[in-house]
Design a protein around this ligand. Structure first.
Ligand code: GTP
Ligand code: MG
Length: 149
């Protein structure tokens, strides 16, 4: 099944938005497979955002992501990658629609509170990067029959 790597960035943790952000994915009906509070290294942040390494904002992006603990999550469900991107909203929070996480909770691209994988392949890659063997849980939610016919 498709999985997405969702991460609450250090500003989301510092601003007390952890519960609010997790709640949006829970209420939508996706399945939480992994969750941890984690202080990441520069190396890990650089590997995660390696596609952006030539951008002028790359050094400040790495400083931002490593500036405090993040909340790492693996969410599962059919269509979860694209749906999570919709729930998160546009990269620039001023352009993100109201009702989205960034649209409701942030004002600047450089402090946009949450990350979501941009493809199923990157979902797999990022979950493997941020979680160790044994950190994900295999479980079934009692809600599943009430979410999926
Ligand atoms: P992620 O879910 O975090 O990957 O965001 P995204 O997919 O909406 O955007 P993208 O992958 O293009 O950029 C990754 C992150 O880099 C963004 O979420 C921002 O935190 C940061 N970023 C992107 N563009 C800019 C920029 O122009 N300035 C600054 N300061 N940060 C940027
Ligand atoms: Mg991205």
């Amino acid at each position: 099944v498709e999985q997405s790597y969702i991460m609450i960035k250090p500003d989301g943790v510092q601003r007390g938005l952890v519960g609010e952000i997790i709640s949006r994915f829970e209420k939508k009906g996706f399945l939480l497979k992994g969750l941890k509070l984690f202080q990441c290294s520069k190396d890990l942040a650089q590997e995660h955002y390696k596609d952006l390494k030539d951008k002028p904002f790359f050094p400040t992006l790495i400083d931002y992501i490593t500036s405090g603990p993040v909340v790492c999550m693996a969410w599962e469900g059919v269509g979860v990658v694209a749906s999570a991107r919709k729930l998160i909203g546009a990269t620039n929070p001023l352009q993100a629609e109201p009702g989205t996480i960034r649209g409701d909770l942030a004002v600047q691209t450089g402090r946009n509170v949450v990350h979501g994988s941009d493809s199923p392949d990157n979902g797999k890659r990022e979950i493997a990067l941020w979680f160790k063997e044994g950190e994900l849980c295999e479980w079934e939610s009692v809600q599943t029959p009430w979410l999926i016919e």
